[in-house]
Design a protein around this ligand. Structure first.
Ligand code: CUA
Length: 151
């Protein structure tokens, strides 16, 4: 009798284990390391935080910049931040894979649809920074950029 119970527990554990492995492999399948939570690319406009893109102050000189990328623009396309600001970019794509790079910084990531992609950078120098799409995404790829003004 006990054997049957243990067998049942054993099989249940195995099934549970395989399910976890299967689900995590599926969910994390093609996500780059910068990608965290997942979301439905069709519902970006209705899904927090992307239902309200923009710059948010979250602490002393700390900001979160929620951005949406789609062929062929970033929203918002123009952001002003104070010198010394540490900005966490929180970005997703509504359509295809885009790039997200700020020349002369370590900011460089892939924006994959269905994922919340994050990267943090501190802007210690005043000036104008361009966010460039460095992943070919179609006919308007060359023009896909946004501007950050550090004042
Ligand atoms: Cu977006 Cu290239």
């Amino acid at each position: 009798k006990y054997e049957k119970i243990w067998l049942t527990i054993g099989i249940s554990a195995l099934v549970l284990f395989l399910t976890i492995v299967g689900v995590s492999a599926f969910a994390g399948g093609h996500a780059p390391p910068s990608a965290h939570e997942t979301l439905d690319p069709q519902k970006v406009n209705e899904t927090a935080p992307f239902n309200n893109p923009g710059l948010f102050k979250v602490g002393e000189k700390k900001y979160e910049l929620v951005m949406i990328s789609e062929a062929f623009a970033f929203t918002p396309g123009n952001v002003k931040i104070p010198k010394g600001a540490t900005v966490t970019f929180i970005v997703t794509s509504k359509d295809v894979v885009h790039g997200f790079a700020i020349p002369h910084t370590n900011v460089n990531m892939m924006i994959t649809p269905g994922h919340v992609n994050k990267i943090t950078h501190t802007f210690n120098e005043v000036g104008e920074y361009l966010i460039l799409c460095n992943e070919y995404c179609g006919i308007g790829h060359q023009a896909m950029s946004a501007r950050i003004e550090v004042v």
